[in-house]
Design a protein around this ligand. Sequence first.
Ligand code: ATP
Ligand code: MG
Length: 339
Amino acid sequence: MSKLSGITPSGHVHLGNHLGAVRRWALDGGADDLYFVADLHGMTTPHNPARLRSLASEQLAVLIAAGIDPERVFVQSDLARELGALIWVLECTCNYGEAARMIQFKEKSAARSASVEGGGGGMDGKSKGQAGVRLSLLTYPALMAADILLQGAGEVPVGEDQRQHVELTRTLAKRFNSTYGEVFTVPEAVLPPAGARVKDLTDPTRKMSKSTRDAAGVVFVLDEPDQVRRKIRRAVTDGGSVPVHAPDTRPGMANLLEILAACRGGSPSDLAEEFSSYGAVKDAVADAVIEELQPLRERALTLLDDVAELERVRKAGAERARERGSHRLDAALRMIGAN
Ligand code: ATP
Ligand code: MG
């Protein structure tokens, strides 16, 4: 079964993305698996075009630097024409109510409405409430379905928040196949292997995220080693002094021990016993994280400096992904009555 996974350039790639996803993609990706930078998904809420473009290149470089075979990586917008055609086919297969009841749409559109009422800016500035929500936020799951169905992916590793979208993708694939003819592989949502969720260093009750405004608690994979050390030294910990792994009562220390375990191997509670002070744990975590990220960071920076090479890899990846999907897109257009 081929797998498909994506990462949205909503911010710089961080330690959580690396330990929880990218590192694993590099290690256990099969020959038919595909990984992509989901830049089109980064346009469903107000965005800055130049920043999105630069984050997309950076993420492509990071995925390759992390050891993912360049042949299995592409940037989503390089397939904008194919995906644009397929999303239309899928929107004509999907009912309005099915899209409107997606939990993520309801949550994100409610959040946007609230912020626009409070005086949004830019393109959406004059609109009020729901009117300030981009239509693409509603149709986002159809684009996700297009990503998956174009490539004929059999398995889609997703967290809880994306499960409903894969369910909808299954519904659309089955509906299209039974109404117009067999074109699409019906994908399965699979749970990625359980790995610890890396928490924000300044607020260990929430996960480390790309889109968090305050970067003080987020270690980016391209941060300079000194910066990494500084962020880890300043990590918020609890009142204790002797390190123990107790996620419920000592979430800050637990997070540090879990990061250490993910970098060095071993269990967080065993590792805790090696240290007699919080400061010693922080030093060890900083060393381990810097060592873990160093090769990735060096390769990514080299690649980002070599614009021609990055462009070559990007074009080749796009070409392969396009070729892989073109017969499905052609068949879908033909069967739905387009050409
Ligand atoms: P955003 O804030 O824009 O949602 P994100 O940091 O949550 O960004 P995603 O693009 O949503 O990143 O997720 C990319 C991959 O990284 C997913 O496989 C997700 O499970 C994984 N991931 C994200 N954050 C963490 C984290 N803190 N710890 C472990 N894995 C994570
Ligand atoms: Mg996320």
